[in-house]
Design a protein around this ligand. Structure first.
Ligand code: BES
Ligand code: MN
Ligand code: ZN
Length: 489
């Protein structure tokens, strides 16, 4: 989708959208509309029970200078920024496959600030993302047609706000692509290839570790997971140095490009969902792209642990003991609890390689998290109060909401092993918490760490305000906002 900001409505505007605040229909006075056109508009709004509530849309055809014009009223409710974003999303949802190619949004009547204008445009652009590459027989009427959105009447300063929102939109697009791609196409090496291509020229320092390098570093936990796969594992690190000499914040993502469960194999029903078991790494990749695109004034390193978890004659067995890069040993009780085995070596590596003071990891780690929170919040675990509060606030502000869980000694001892330093699963109860306790054992003294279990958030069975059914891009808005609020300026 092409977004442009203009001083006045393009002469050939055939479809016009107007934001309307809650109960704001009576106050509508768009330029160029005569009494009759205005009467048609208000009657259409009433007839469609449109009140300006956020996210709703009403339509009418009016005659402007003898030419029929399609007009969409976009509800922005209370008029806060987030509602403008929703309105943009609703606009695209309505027009994307409608046959319409271009729409003009006139903000002249809205008392918006730059953020509102930028977010309306960004919401519209984000909602347009879809992946039709493998649809060779898509019916003509199911194809996306909307190509152009022209925003007029945006206040001064919208440009800078748009730069940041456009960067976010592009980060989200990368994440959604990664999450959507099928597992025969997206595997550790191709993940690296695609991401490095998408961030080329943005000024990120790129590090790739192959299995030989990981073996030399002693990453026995990560390599144990990968050992049953024909695909080689990779670690991809993207370093954005926009923050001078401050210690970098590390974002660490679980990137299991397909999770069969390994020898502790999963049931067949729904296993295809495990293509998005790389959603944590996908969010990190998208966030790093966003931060680099908007030249964030922060020092951030994104680390993605990329493996495929397969059953095979060479796969690791339940009962195996592996040695992690930290030196700690792990009894692998269940090969399906693989995410924590990948994350622990990534966390050790980033602590040794870069003197990080803050780590945020993101992972589709446990099915238990979906039992707890459904698809409305990501789960937050943290060893540091200020970090937890910063993330909760960024979650609320960005719309990628989080809910905090408890941790502690009593949970920690549930993963003690009879033969090794720890086992990779605890009892059935508190499965998301014991997973977090496992990761906590790899965090160095003095490092503020948070773990986000996003198993319920990466994929959606229904449309959202700024995404269609499928990949949501969860985590990108959150991380972008967290860095902006806590580590810039
Ligand atoms: N990737 C899964 C968790 C998951 C399940 C994410 C469903 C999204 C939807 C993870 O690797 C896993 O298999 N976890 C196990 C842990 C168990 C063996 C302790 C689980 O949740 O069942
Ligand atoms: Mn698993
Ligand atoms: Zn998994």
């Amino acid at each position: 989708m092409n977004v442009t900001f203009a001083a006045s409505r393009p002469a050939d505007t055939a479809v016009l959208a107007l934001p309307v605040a809650k109960d704001g229909v009576a106050a509508l006075a768009p330029a160029g509309f005569d009494e009759a056109a205005l009467a048609t508009l208000t009657a259409a709004a009433a007839g469609q029970r449109f009140t300006g509530a956020e996210g709703t849309v009403a339509e009418a055809y009016v005659s402007a200078n003898g030419v029929a014009q399609r007009v969409l009223l976009l509800g922005v409710g209370s008029g806060d920024d987030a509602n403008f974003e929703r309105a943009g999303g609703a606009l695209t949802a309505r027009l994307l496959t409608s046959g319409v190619k271009a729409v003009t949004v006139d903000l002249s009547g809205a008392t918006g600030e730059p953020q509102a204008a930028a977010r309306l445009a960004a919401g519209a652009a984000q909602r347009a993302w879809r992946y039709d590459v493998y649809r060779t027989k898509l019916a003509e009427e199911a194809r996306a047609t909307l190509e152009q959105i022209t925003v007029v009447g945006a206040p001064d300063g919208t440009d800078a706000a748009w730069q940041a929102r456009d960067a976010l939109t592009q980060g989200l697009a990368l994440t959604k692509t990664l999450v959507t791609l099928p597992p025969n196409i997206l595997y550790p090496e191709s993940f690296v290839e695609l991401v490095t291509k998408e961030v080329d020229g943005l000024g990120l320092e790129i590090t790739v570790l192959d299995e030989t390098a990981m073996r030399e570093l002693g990453m026995g936990a990560l390599l144990g997971v990968s050992q049953g796969s024909r695909r080689e594992a990779r670690i991809l690190a993207l370093h954005w140095k926009g923050g001078g000499d401050e210690a970098p914040v590390a974002l660490v993502g679980k990137g299991v490009t397909f999770d069969t469960g390994g020898i502790s194999i999963k049931p067949a029903a729904g296993m295809e969902d495990m293509k998005w078991d790389m959603g944590g790494a996908g969010a990190v990749a998208g966030a790093m792209r966003t931060l680099a695109l908007r030249k964030a004034k922060a020092n951030v390193i994104g680390v993605m642990g990329l493996v495929e978890n397969m059953p095979d004659g060479n796969a690791q067995r339940p009962g195996d003991v592996v040695t992690s890069m930290s030196g700690q040993t792990i009894e692998v009780i269940n090969t399906d609890a693989e995410g924590r085995l990948v994350l622990c070596d990534c966390i050790t590596w980033v602590q040794r390689e870069h003197k990080v003071k803050t780590i945020v990891d993101l992972a589709t780690l446990t099915g238990a998290m979906i039992i707890s929170l459904g698809n409305e919040h990501g789960g937050l675990f943290a060893n540091d109060e200020a970090l937890a509060q910063g993330l909760l606030a960024a979650g609320t502000a960005s719309g990628d909401t989080l809910w905090r869980f408890p941790m502690g000694k009593a949970y920690d001892k549930l993963i003690d092993s009879a033969i090794a330093d720890m086992k990779n699963v605890g009892p059935r109860g508190g499965g998301s918490i014991t997973a977090a306790q496992f990761i906590a054992r790899f965090v160095d003294e003095g490092v503020a760490w948070a773990h986000l279990d996003i198993a319920g958030m990466v994929w959606s069975e229904k449309d959202g305000p700024t995404w269609g059914k499928g990949a949501t891009g969860y985590g990108v808005r959150l991380l972008d906002r967290f860095i902006a609020d806590q580590h810039e300026g």
